[in-house]
Structure formats: C-alpha cells, structure tokens
Design a protein around this ligand. Structure first.
Ligand code: CP3
Length: 356
C-alpha cells in the first residue's frame, strides 16, 4: 500500500500548507459508505446514527476506505446534520436526513436555543482522537474533520429535503430576513465551535461543505452564505487549523470563495482548474490557495482503463507538486464499482518518480 509520507508531517498536511510535495495527496468525499460491501454489512446490524454515535464503529467505518483504497487521509464518519441536536432539532436518516421538528416560521427560529454539544458530539470527537492515533501509526496519513456550512444546514432544517433544490429556504430567507439571520448566527457559532473542537480532538484539517450554496446567485451567496463562512474560517485560521471550503455547483462563486481566506477551495467537475486559478489571479490569491478536486463521480462508472486515463489527464491538467489535492468533484455515488475507485486512487498515487 502506498503510504502518505515517511518523514515529518503527513503528506496531506504538507500539501494543505501549500508546500512542494513528492506527489499531490488523494482522498475522496464520501469515501466511506454504501458502495463498500464492508460498510453495507455493518449497516445490516446498526442504524446510520448507531454507527455515527459509537466511536468504535465510526472508527471502523472511517478506516475501511484507508485499508481498501490506500487513500492519504481518513475523513471522520459522521454527518453534517448531527450538530443540529444542539439547537434542539432532531434528525433521523432514511437514508437521507429527515428532520422531525423542522423550522416552519420566524417564531420557531426565535424559540431556538443553543445548548452545549460536548455530550451530543462526544462520539465523533472521540472517533477523531482514535483516528489520529491510527493514521499516524498507519503510513503517517492525515485526518479530515468536517461540518456543514450554516446555509446548507439551514436548508435541511427549513426545507427538510432537496425539494426543487431547496427553493423553500431561499424564499423563507427573503420573507424572513431577520429570523433567517438569527438562524445563521446560531449555526455559525455552533459550526465554528464544533470545528475547533474537532481540530483540538485530532483533525489535521477540516472541510466545510456548502452543498446547496451553489443554488444561490452570487449576490444572494454574499448575503446568505459567505459572511457566516468568513467568520468560521477566520476563527479556524486564528487557531492554526487548515481548512477547505467546498460549494457544490459553485463555479459562479469562485471570486466570493477566495474572500473566505480558506487554505484550499474544493471545486466540482463542472468547474475547470483554469477557471479556479484565473479567479485566484483576479483576487490576488493565485498560488496561495490550494485547489482540491475535481473528478466527475459519474466517470467512475466507466471501464477501469478509462478511469485511469481520465484521472491522469486531470492531474496533468493541474500540473504540479504544489497547491493541489486530488479528489472527486463531489461524493462517491452509491453504486460505484469499487475496483474503479481503487483504480482512481492508484492512478493518482503512481507515476511520480521515486517518491510516488
Ligand atoms: O465522506 C465521508 O465518507 C464521511 C461521511 C459523510 C457522510 N455524510 C456519511 C453519510 C459526510 C462527509 C457527509 C456529509 C454530508 N451529509 C453532506 C455534505 C457532503 C455532500 O455530499 O454534499 C450532506 C449534504 C449530508 C446530508 C446527507 N446525509 C444526505 C443528503 C444523505 C443521504 C445520502 C445518500 O447517500 O443517500 C445523508 C446520509 C448519509 N451520510 C449516508 C452516509 C454514508 C447514507 C446513510 C446510510 O448508509 O444509510
């Protein structure tokens, strides 16, 4: 199995610091989950929340893709909706999130109170500590923590599901600007505190997922999502925690994204590296902000040879041993053939000369 690094900090950590590395590291969003038979077997005995809320089981699920794929980092097995419990909002998974007491009015938001999350999120934080130990002794690999961006979390709490792309949340925000702002402020505090706790517990880097921010126009993104992300990233930066931002469908939002001051921007497959780099030039951040991405998850359904060829082509189009983390443009899809995921990781790690 190819290892992350033989010396010093893990490859992933050196890459997110924008150091020149022997090869760009690779991991995959949703690398743990239903495309793996090992995961499905555990799911026969435990509910999704049962897995997330047991640090032993969550550790096992987080480690599966490291063993099977040989990726350079392990992402915590959990979900972006778990912290909503700290606002008194209960979420179940069937398998997508189902909110038991969704927000229906401005008055519902007025009644929300933020409670301490230490007990609620004890398992994920303990999982990160164990994962850190495992990753350091297993090829010196990195540990990735994560959370949902306040705007994306608000989408689930208000709309419940991706009905018409969460249009209900956009309308709610416009009709109830003050209440929506209060909700965003509560989530911003919660997510910031939680990511800092993840960093303290053992995460090397964290990623903030704004999965639904791409639905917004650039103006609305600046109004409803950007300010909360800026606050969170500035706290992370102060604490020294490297952090990535991901906005699905965010090709039209690159310029605001550079204003977040993230260590790295994770782009989807509809956005090209040259677009991401050109926006970096406009914002005076080219060469400073790491780019992560952006293999099309549906290309993993091609034959293994095409997966290899397309992966190499993607890497060559970025060209360089600095400022790049190899990933997909979004999560691994449920029915993806595992041998193609293995091929993707191999193609990413091989061919870098003596260190590769
Ligand atoms: O990346 C990983 O391997 C770590 C685990 C992880 C999960 N969810 C596990 C999960 C991560 C990072 C997430 C984040 C997440 N959850 C996001 C942001 C990332 C993205 O995909 O855009 C979002 C929007 C959610 C909300 C959510 N949770 C959805 C939409 C679903 C249904 C997804 C599906 O595949 O059907 C979930 C449930 C969920 N989260 C599952 C897993 C493995 C499936 C649950 C099961 O196995 O029954």
């Amino acid at each position: 199995m190819a290892t992350g690094s033989n010396h010093g900090d893990p490859l992933l950590v050196r890459a997110i610091r924008n150091e020149t590395v022997e090869r760009p590291p690779v991991w995959l969003m949703r690398q743990a989950g239903r495309y793996l038979t090992e995961y499905r077997e555990l799911k026969e005995q435990h509910s999704f929340l049962g897995l997330c809320n047991s640090s032993e089981l969550a550790l096992e699920v987080s480690l599966q893709p490291v063993r099977i794929l040989g990726v350079d980092g392990a992402i915590l097995f959990s979900d972006i909706l778990l912290p909503a419990g700290a606002l008194g909002i209960e979420v179940d998974f069937k398998p997508g999130p189902v909110v038991k007491n969704p927000i229906r009015s401005a008055a519902d938001i007025q009644a929300l109170k933020l409670s301490p999350f230490e007990k609620l999120l004890e398992a994920p934080l303990a999982t990160l500590a164990a994962l850190r130990r495992e990753m350091r002794s297993n090829g010196n690999r990195g540990v990735i923590g994560f959370a949902g961006a306040p705007y994306t979390m608000a989408c689930y709490l208000i709309d419940q599901g991706p009905y018409k792309g969460f249009l209900g949340t956009q309308v709610f925000a416009k009709q109830n600007p003050e209440a929506f702002n209060r909700l965003l402020n509560l989530l911003t505090e919660l997510v910031g505190d939680y990511l800092l706790a993840q960093y303290e517990a053992g995460a090397d880097i964290v990623q903030l997922f704004d999965t639904w921010g791409g639905n917004l126009s650039a103006d609305d993104f600046r109004r409803y999502s950007l300010p909360s992300m800026q606050k969170i990233f500035s706290r992370l930066k102060q604490a020294g925690c490297p952090a990535l931002v991901y906005v699905n469908g965010g090709g039209h939002l690159l310029e605001p994204l550079y204003e977040i001051d993230a260590s790295g921007i994770s782009i989807d497959w509809r956005t090209t590296f040259s677009q991401a780099l050109a926006a970096g030039t406009v914002c005076g951040r080219r060469g400073e902000t790491v780019i992560q991405g952006n293999f099309d998850p549906s290309d993993l359904f091609l034959d293994a040879e095409s997966v290899r060829r397309k992966t190499r082509a993607m890497i060559e189009s970025f060209s360089g041993r600095k400022g790049y983390i190899i990933n997909l443009g979004h999560g691994v899809l449920v029915k993806t053939p595992r041998e193609n995921v293995i091929e993707f990781v191999r193609a990413a790690q091989e061919g870098w000369g003596t260190n590769g």
